[in-house]
Design a protein around this ligand. Structure first.
Ligand code: GLU
Length: 479
């Protein structure tokens, strides 16, 4: 492989794509685009106990939906596939043999009970629980005997017991870990599958990954990974660990304080454009005060130098503001398309295209989520019910006069432009000697069933001639 930059997003399909995962994927993608490199998707599905059926497909679909197209990955084979780790298990065997050969890894026959007991004893002595390395000492013969007897085993990494490791992370800069904090990591589990650590390192190497950009929770794995690179004699990729995402109370972002699945945000009516923009600035500081960026703009502006160390607070209010901005400013047809599922769900017939577009053009000015658009639109579609208070206003003589006047005048009118309607309003107020609220409230009640709402030339424009007159006639006949 040449000097091309290759960045991977390596999710484990254990559930839906988390907003933190979306941010990692975005930064991976942006760095690849910025450097004209490659963005690779690798599904890390070797942990069969945490595997969730359909999660990988769902994840791929979500990434595509938000517009993070990968250059290589499942169904987009490059030269270094397969891109599902579960299809690569044969590959890892060779490497684990190599580590054993080099005395960098060893067989461990300790049972769960042994390990529990060890942990309890360590705790009682006030020592941080960690594998004590007892199986390191088994002789070759003992090891062979136990394997022959069919004893279950795992294979562990032989971590130095003294000293420390220092490495350079693009975000955290110089990082040091004492080796005694690092466990003899299991590399092959008793089911024969590799753990994340082995598969991840082997694949990053075989896939020519030059930059590992991922969440801060993986920082403490780096010593084990670097030890593996060293034992294999491979050059490690550059690392960048992204700051944690926090709840407003500064605790680690969790489901308890709101949604964390990207899919939940999408179904609630957040636009991919807003979600991407929002997560882009969670941990990355653009130059100046600017906050609004399209994906194309991010591809140019993004730089790893401006990733921050401090945790980034996930502020839903800001997301709402951004989403509202995109709902109002993106192409109307696009917003109308994205809103369709909400109308379908509400059982509203939107086959009249012209009317639908007018409804969306108006309603989008008042919402910050697409799911709220129904609340701002249903009055143009559904039959109105009036409560007693509304009925009282409608049946008032003053209101009835207005309704009759408007039906007569509107029927005569050729043009129904905004100016025509405002002219009619002025004329009605003068002729019927009515002012302010006494005019607006009955009109809005008749047209949209509520006292407050959009200005009524806009309402009439959306409803159209027939429906407007029908609604005025309805309140005239109300009993
Ligand atoms: N499979 C790991 C995860 O689920 C990937 C961590 C990494 O990028 O190395 O987050």
């Amino acid at each position: 492989m040449n000097s091309e930059i290759r960045v991977r997003f390596a999710p484990s399909p254990t559930g839906f794509l988390h907003v933190g995962g979306l941010r990692t994927a975005l930064y991976d993608y942006l760095y690849a685009r910025k450097t004209a490199g490659k963005f690779i998707l690798r599904i890390e599905d070797t942990d069969r106990t945490r595997f969730v059926e359909g999660a990988a497909e769902n994840l791929i679909q979500t990434l595509k939906y938000v517009g993070l197209e990968f250059d290589e990955g499942p169904d987009k084979e490059g030269e270094v596939g397969p891109y599902y780790q579960s299809l690569r298990t044969e590959i890892y065997k060779k490497y684990i043999d190599e580590l054993i050969e080099k005395d960098a890894a060893y067989y461990c026959f300790c049972s769960t009970e042994d390990l529990d007991k060890m942990r309890e004893e360590q705790k009682a002595k006030g020592i941080d629980p960690k594998y004590d390395g007892r199986c390191r000492k088994l002789s070759k013969e003992e090891r062979a005997k136990r394997i022959d007897e069919g004893n279950p085993f795992v294979i562990r990494l032989k971590v130095p017991q003294e000293g420390e490791i220092t490495f350079y992370d693009i975000v955290r800069e110089k990082v040091t870990f004492p080796w005694k904090m690092v466990d003899d990591q299991v590399l092959i589990k008793s089911d024969g599958f590799p753990t994340y650590h082995l598969a991840n390192v082997v694949d990053d190497h075989l896939m020519g990954i030059t930059h590992v950009i991922r969440g801060e929770e993986w920082l403490s794995s780096v010593p084990k990974h670097l030890l593996l690179y060293e034992k294999f004699g491979w050059k490690p990729p550059k690392m960048a660990h992204l700051p944690l995402l926090l709840n407003p109370d500064k605790s680690k972002l969790s489901k308890r304080q709101g949604d964390v699945a990207v899919e939940d945000y999408l179904t609630k009516g957040y636009l991919p454009e807003a979600l991407l923009n929002f997560v882009a600035i969670l941990g990355w500081h653009p130059k100046g005060d600017r906050e609004l960026f399209t994906l194309q703009e991010l591809e140019k502006e993004f730089s790893m130098k401006r990733i921050t160390k401090a945790g980034a607070v996930f502020d839903v209010e800001k997301l709402n503001w951004m989403n509202g901005h995109y709902i109002r400013s993106l192409d109307l047809i696009y917003i109308a398309e994205k809103s369709k599922p909400f109308f379908e769900k509400a059982g509203i017939d939107i086959t009249d295209k012209d009317k639908y577009l007018k409804v969306i053009a108006n309603a989008r000015m008042r919402v910050s989520k697409l799911s709220d658009i129904i609340e701002q639109s249903k009055m143009y579609y559904l039959d109105m019910e009036f409560n007693e208070e509304a009925k009282k206003i409608i049946l008032d003589e003053n209101s009835q006069n207005i309704y009759q006047y408007w039906i007569d005048e509107l029927q005569k009118k050729e043009n129904w432009s905004k100016e025509d309607i405002l002219e009619l309003q002025k004329e009605t107020m003068e002729n019927l000697k009515i002012k302010g609220k006494s005019f607006f409230v009955p009109i809005r009640l008749a047209l949209i069933g509520a006292e407050h709402g959009p200005d009524f030339p806009a309402i009439i424009n959306i409803l159209g001639r027939e429906e407007t007159i029908k609604r005025f006639s309805k309140v005239l006949d109300l009993s």
